[in-house]
Ligand binder design. Structure first.
Ligand code: SAM
Length: 339
């Protein structure tokens, strides 16, 4: 196992398979048009699978497909199958907005995806429309129901909680999760990438989420577990488990074993990183797997970043990046790096 300067192992790889998305969420990708990654730069399935194989040689055993919206990448189940053929990758997951999930769920499971996470910020169609600027709420719910009908275990529903937007739906989402046999996870609004309208006032903190749920359900207990997963898990009095991802007010950089590969082959060591390693260049210039392994190993061993913790020390916190800078450097976008 290789470790970085803070003894964090390289284990968890997020693959952003496209920078395109079919929603325009106000907290992530609020503009209508973006500087898209050039098509010729997008890694082929063969290039992605080869890189994942090198990562697996170095200890990666968990891969999450993300984006952009990963189900917009044509023929995604073929890539999943290629990656699933490597038995060292014991956990293959996908994060999706759910719009195309009903039609893809069988193919994804057959190809080898183990677990699905659907982003669901609201149960109200009109809110969904206002938040995402698209009229696709029914399709998202249908995608979630399709996974539930298949009896596919491990379904999670991720909600970014924002003051004045959806913070009155915490209990409704928990109840919906129960019906769908899904674990709900509340995500603190982060000041990363495309969150150009972020402000601290809109963040609903982990503390506040717990207080509100306790007021509604009674005593909440923390689940004690040794895990590198981003969510801290809790139980309600009836045993329902839910999670909170508190990247903004209580970051967890010390246990972060995640890195990200963008659709055009930039390897990012932190969600807050402003640059990465251009693995596409090495692959296309003929580097061997051994060369790539040396590069990846030495880069990881030199990793020192604690991006979210550093943001905590900033006084008068504003959005990390402004829209003009994002236009000039699309790799800074959340939808490019894979949330
Ligand atoms: N399109 C897919 C989806 O919607 O799940 C995958 C990519 S999306 C960037 C991954 C996750 O990042 C989503 O759950 C989204 O809500 C979350 N996200 C995006 N911007 C965020 C922000 N500013 N703060 C917290 N979470 C954010």
């Amino acid at each position: 196992m290789i470790q970085d300067t803070w003894q964090r192992p390289l284990r968890n790889l997020r693959l952003s398979v496209t920078d395109r998305c079919n929603l325009r969420c106000a907290y992530c990708m609020p503009e209508e048009e973006y500087a898209w990654l050039p098509r010729a730069d997008i890694l082929t399935f063969e290039e992605i699978a080869r890189l994942v194989g090198v990562f697996a040689d170095l200890g990666v055993d968990k891969v999450r497909f993300t984006g952009g919206e990963p189900l917009l990448r044509r023929d995604l189940p073929r890539l999943v199958k290629m990656i699933a053929a490597d038995a060292r990758l014991r956990d293959l997951a996908i994060t999706t907005n759910g719009i195309l999930l009903a039609e893809e769920s069988e193919a994804l499971r057959d190809a080898g995806i183990h677990r699905v996470t659907v982003s669901l910020d609201t149960l109200r169609p009109e809110r969904f429309q206002a938040l995402t600027r698209r009229d696709s709420h029914a399709q998202v719910l249908e995608g979630i129901r399709a996974v539930q009908r298949m009896g596919w275990q491990g379904l999670k529903l991720d909600t970014v909680v924002i003051h004045g937007t959806n913070d009155d739906e915490l209990a409704d989402l928990i109840e919906f999760g129960k019906m769908m046999s899904a674990e709900v996870r509340f995500i603190e609004y982060m000041d990363v990438g495309g969150a150009t309208r972020w402000s601290m006032e809109q963040v609903v903190s982990r503390r506040e989420i717990l207080d509100r749920l306790a007021a509604r359900y009674g005593a909440i207990n923390a689940v004690v577990e040794d895990s590198s997963a981003p969510a801290d898990r809790f139980t309600l009095p009836d045993g329902t488990v839910f999670g909170i991802i508190s990247s903004t007010t209580a970051p967890f950089c010390a246990s972060c074993d995640r890195s990200r590969l963008t659709a055009d082959g930039q390897w990012l060591l932190c969600l807050y990183a402003t640059s990465g390693i251009d693995l596409r260049k090495y692959v296309r210039e003929g580097a061997s797997n051994g060369d790539l392994a040396v590069l990846i190993r030495s880069t990881w061993q030199g990793r020192r970043d604690r991006g979210a913790e550093e943001r905590l020390t900033v006084t008068d916190r504003q959005p990390l990046i402004q829209i003009t800078e994002l236009r000039a450097k699309p790799h800074l976008e959340m939808h490019t790096r894979g949330g």
